[in-house]
Write a protein that binds this ligand. Structure first.
Ligand code: ADP
Ligand code: MG
Length: 564
């Protein structure tokens, strides 16, 4: 007989489950969106694997999702004939919430329900939203390609334990059966379900089917064969024309592709005709994912070929500094069996990547110009990533630089709000350079003695203290013909800002204190290259500078910290 095994959830799972249930409480219906989204992903995975092994379709090539209700049993079932899961996959994927992320997820919780519920999606806990309306969930699944007796049954009440047993499952794919809570019986109402599907899942490209409502008396109903009807539109959203797609639809589609629970900040949707035909729909999220700095983060831009999903995380479709963008690219011209290797050296892909880059930069420029508040949100979340741009993408260096925002001596506090154009607009008569200082912290930058002379002359200085800033300025030597100059490097050359009087003073001081300078130099010996008199200080007696072409003191510190 079937051998039933009990397992404990990993320690954190129960905690996460509790949280999911609490924070989705006011928005219960999205459990259906999450289950349908998973079913759709499973179908896409099957279609993709079947490209190289069409035996996986078995006798059942029509991919679809079915939503059924059994009022007597009190259950709601979401079924798919997608890729399915093996026993081990069920344990790995369902039994342990996004393993690596769970602890970090719990650390980020604020206790504020609205905020916490937005975090949930980022940690891949969509499936667990089923427990918001169900007091027991059963999964029946069979991996495509395995024989019928390799089916698996998983069941849990979401309170610490789950059971697994092996059973025969003739049809491949997954049924998720929700035993609906007594006080949530509304979710057994098929009209309610249809309306929820219409609201959240209409964009799913696969047919979502429900049993056709039968009229007539009970007996006639019982006799009539079940007839299925499609309840969603069932076309790829990105193929529809922009003017017909509502903001809400874009939002729901975004949540599906990105696995985010929050609305996107902005998007750009284009169709390109000609010799290389393709459609792109790219989104800027409202919030940085917790794994933004992980090398192997998931869910970037998905690649489709003629509506067939072929690849997740297709990192060749955008440069690395735009890795926060989510969405789809659907090509009409690439071969269906396109591999990662092929993507590396494909002219069509290169063209798409360049066009995508320009579209995203254009979208950000528009956002900065027309919706500065949204742009400020974007900058707070993704600014540090965008700062990698000038180093990575020489060709678009100037456009990226135009999108950067800095904290400067013009304002107070550490908010990064000034653009380089703002800075240029405030330049003094005769000023020909953009001055900046780099330091470990915003406070260290703002209080550096190097700034004294600039303050005296009313010349603005960019205050750079993000880790990536050294990298940025070493690849961004000028903007709109103005050189970016460190205030702590080399001889202070204020150019036309320096008056003759000051130059004379410097020379005089050097002559007057020649002996002192000589002595300091001998005392400090190898440790310094030179000791100079300077007018760059107002209140401080001395400061350290590095040579124009040397590594800055801050970069030296950063590298030392990294053990270099
Ligand atoms: P996410 O979809 O963000 O990965 P979920 O909690 O929704 O997170 O799902 C967890 C994982 O469980 C999925 O990544 C997938 O591997 C697996 N899974 C869930 N539902 C299905 C399904 N219907 N068919 C196959 N695999 C599924
Ligand atoms: Mg999911």
């Amino acid at each position: 007989g079937a051998h039933r095994e009990m397992f404990d959830f990993r320690a954190e799972v129960s905690q996460v489950l509790d949280l999911v249930i609490r924070s989705l409480y006011s928005n219960k219906e999205i459990f259906l969106r999450e289950l349908i989204s998973n079913a759709s992903d499973a179908a896409e995975k099957l279609r993709f694997e079947a490209l190289t092994d069409d035996g996986l379709f078995e006798q059942d090539p029509q991919l679809r999702i079915r939503v059924t209700v059994d009022r007597d049993a009190g259950t709601l079932t979401v079924s798919d004939n997608g890729i399915g899961m093996s026993r081990q996959e069920v344990i790995d994927l369902i039994g342990s919430i996004a393993s690596s992320g769970t602890r970090r997820f719990l650390e980020q919780l604020s206790g504020d329900q609205a905020k916490d519920s937005q975090l949930i999606g980022q940690f891949g806990v969509g499936f667990y939203s089923a427990f918001v309306v169900a007091d027991r969930v059963t999964i029946l699944s069979r991996r495509a390609g395995l024989t019928a007796e390799h089916g698996v049954r998983w069941e849990s009440d979401g309170r610490g334990q789950y059971s697994i047993e092996t059973l025969a499952k003739p049809g491949r794919g997954t049924d998720v059966i929700l035993h609906i809570k007594d006080d949530e019986k509304d979710f057994l109402d098929t009209w309610r379900l249809r309306s929820i599907i219409g609201k959240f899942s209409d964009h799913i490209a696969l047919p979502i089917e429900m049993v056709k409502e039968q009229h007539g008396d009970e007996e006639a109903k019982a006799e009539a064969a079940e007839e299925w009807e499609q309840v969603n539109r069932g076309t790829a959203l990105w193929m529809r024309s922009k003017s017909e797609i509502t903001e809400q639809e874009y939002g729901e589609f975004y949540k599906h592709v990105s696995h985010d629970f929050e609305d996107p900040l902005a998007w750009v949707h284009n169709r390109v005709e000609g010799t290389n035909e393709y459609t792109t729909l790219l989104f800027v999220p409202s919030r940085a994912p917790w794994d933004l700095w992980d090398r192997d983060q998931k869910h970037g831009v998905k690649l489709y070929v003629r509506r067939v999903f072929v690849m997740d995380e297709a990192d060749k479709l955008l440069p690395h500094y735009l890795r926060f963008i989510k969405g789809v690219v659907d090509s009409d011209d690439l071969p269906l069996n396109v591999s990662r290797e092929l993507l590396q050296h494909n002219r069509k892909i290169d063209t798409i990547r360049q066009a995508n880059t320009k579209r995203v930069l254009g979208l950000l420029e528009t956002l900065a110009k027309d919706e500065p508040e949204k742009y400020a949100t974007f900058w707070a979340e993704f600014g540090k990533v965008l700062k990698e741009g000038p180093a990575e993408d020489y060709g678009n260096r100037e456009r990226i630089a135009g999108l950067l925002r800095f904290s400067t001596t013009h304002g107070e506090g550490s908010a990064q709000i000034a653009s380089l154009d703002d800075y240029i607009g405030r330049m003094k008569d005769g000023q020909d350079k953009i001055y900046y200082i780099t330091a470990d912290t915003p406070a260290a930058a703002r209080h550096s003695p190097h700034l004294e002379v600039f303050r005296k002359k009313g010349v603005e200085v960019l205050l750079l203290s993000d880790r990536v800033d050294e990298w940025l300025v070493s690849h961004l030597s000028d903007y709109k013909g103005k050189h970016l100059q460190s205030v702590s490097k080399g001889k202070l050359d204020l150019g036309p800002l320096e008056d003759q009087e000051e130059q004379k003073q410097t020379e005089q001081a050097a002559a007057e204190h020649g002996k002192l300078l000589e002595r300091l130099k001998t005392q400090l010996g190898e440790r310094v290259e030179d000791v100079r008199a300077s007018t760059r200080l107002v209140d401080s007696p001395a400061c350290l500078v590095v040579g124009e072409y040397d590594m800055s003191a801050n970069l030296a510190r950063v590298l030392k910290g990294m053990g270099q």
